[in-house]
Design a protein around this ligand. Structure first.
Ligand code: NAD
Length: 453
């Protein structure tokens, strides 16, 4: 069956109204949970084969997210889907006004490879919770995880409701020619642009979850132990192949030397040596070669070693880095951490503001004025003060970028809204209406209209 036929079947299924029923949605959310739990081992094995990701990391950064999302929607579905009453203005009295969230229809989710389960399945769960049908196209770059998701979903769900399309650029190009009611894409800004253009041909709304260079700023008032520990964890988790990982550090020049030593001590303590089973490998040779080119051996403060056969790159700290260096010209997306310095905090913020708007930004400080300046002076998707990465684990916060790091957001209520249309309904009574707005007009009517409006 080709993609066009699957979409046609999904359109017919959506038109049947079945997916709008809350009981139906709950049954399939429960089923989703059951399928994930039943096939957990298949999921662990596939991701390990793709890039050596440990069971611990797969559970904490992927499976647990997906299960948490399902539980969130099961618990909150009724309140998310119910019409919300809003105030009715004087001109529309006597009447009542409500916002009815309604599913958009047939949706397409395109996933990235670096957290293949979380980034593919979480939007799918939001899509079906909001009452849509869905086609998922996971990234072919993590081939085993793509196959695992296709197997467990296509064997357990009706195609006319939920379907996983396997394939690479050729297949996704075909899929993108079809008219969807919503496209949710996670990946690079470059491909995001291709997806946006394809969506524009059908005026299809999009959510684009993209990337960029996310800074971590460390000021002289920071708790260095906490800052180093958290930055090292967040940077080298998944071997730096995390969209919200701190891409580079901007540290106050006065404390640079001691901070570099503290970073190094945590890298050693967390043990990312080649025999460490908890340390993830680089996804493929192309990225491995790309990353090695970004390591200027003359600027290595720590690390720099690699092994091509196992696609291992040692956590690498670079110092004496300038804004003109190659490593500062693209999103690193690997275990290389350049450390730059600043003399003046506000100038550091201005330097960040000169570049593209980051997906995330982090500040380590104990100074409340610095916190305020950081939040108000630079634009970025979201971030943390005195931590990294963790903002995305709070479902009460929207997760998404701004500018080249993305359009729209999701997680929790925001995920439900990303796959819903907010239908506005004004409901009027059929009695008690003055004739003011109807012709023929008169000065007296205008007088009263002016008072009313
Ligand atoms: P990518 O853009 O190469 O691929 C993403 C998806 O696009 C894949 O499913 C792929 O099959 C598809 N694709 C590739 N070429 C295409 C084309 N020509 N036309 C249509 N679709 C195409 O990104 P990636 O390498 O999987 O992920 C890395 C990037 O994604 C980084 O920039 C990272 O920051 C970003 N990212 C963002 C988030 C987020 O939540 N904002 C999460 C993870 C990754």
């Amino acid at each position: 069956m080709n993609f066009h036929d699957i979409l046609t079947r999904q359109q017919e299924f959506f038109t049947s109204q079945k997916t709008k029923n809350l009981k139906f949605r709950k049954i399939y959310l429960e089923k989703f949970k059951e399928v994930i739990i039943k096939n957990e081992d298949i999921l662990y094995e596939a991701i390990y084969r793709d890039f050596g990701k440990s069971k611990f990391d797969t559970y904490t950064t992927e499976i647990s997210f997906v299960l948490k999302d399902i539980d969130y929607y099961l618990k909150n579905l009724h309140s998310l889907a119910k019409p919300k009453r809003v105030r009715t203005n004087l001109a529309n009295q006597l009447g009542s006004s409500k916002i009815h969230p309604e599913p958009l229809g047939c949706t397409l989710v395109i996933g990235a490879w670096n957290y293949p389960y979380q980034l593919s399945l979480s939007p799918v769960i939001a899509a079906i919770a909001a009452g849509n049908t869905c086609i998922l196209k996971p990234s072919e770059v993590a081939e085993n995880t793509m196959k695992a998701m296709a197997k467990i979903i296509n064997e357990n769900f009706p195609k006319e409701y939920l379907f996983v399309a396997e394939g690479g650029v050729e297949e996704i190009t075909e899929i993108l020619k079809l008219k969807f009611d919503k496209i949710f894409f996670t990946g690079s800004p470059k491909v995001g642009q291709i997806v946006y253009e394809a969506a524009a041909k059908h005026l299809t709304p999009v959510t684009l979850e993209l990337g960029g260079k996310s800074p971590a700023v460390v000021t002289s008032s920071a708790n260095f132990e906490v800052a180093a520990k958290r930055i090292v964890w967040g940077k080298f988790l998944n071997a730096g192949q995390t969209c919200v990982a701190p891409d580079y550090i901007l540290v106050d020049e006065k404390v640079k030397d001691s901070f570099l030593d503290t970073l190094k001590s945590y890298i050693e303590k967390f043990n990312y040596q080649p025999d460490a089973a908890h340390y993830t490998r680089i996804i493929n040779d192309r990225n491995f070669d790309r990353l090695l080119k970004l390591i200027d051996q003359e600027k290595v403060f720590y690390g720099g070693k690699s092994d091509a056969s196992s696609k291992y790159i040692e956590p690498t700290l670079l110092h004496k880095v300038t804004w003109a260096d190659a490593v500062m010209q693209e999103e690193i997306f690997g275990p290389i951490l350049p450390v730059l310095t600043f003399k003046n905090f506000n100038e550091a913020l201005l330097q960040i503001a000169k570049g593209e708007k980051p997906l995330s930004a982090y500040l380590f400080t104990n100074d409340s004025e610095e916190k305020e300046h950081f939040i108000s002076k630079i634009s970025f998707g979201g971030g943390c003060i005195n931590d990294v990465v963790m903002h995305l684990s709070n479902d009460n916060l929207p997760f998404g970028g701004v500018g080249t790091s993305g359009i729209g957001n999701y997680h929790g209520k925001f995920g439900f809204d990303a796959f819903s249309h907010q239908k506005a309904i004004l409901s009027r009574v059929t009695w008690g209406e003055p004739d003011l707005k109807y012709p023929p007009y008169s000065d007296k009517k205008l007088h009263w209209i002016k008072k009313l409006l």
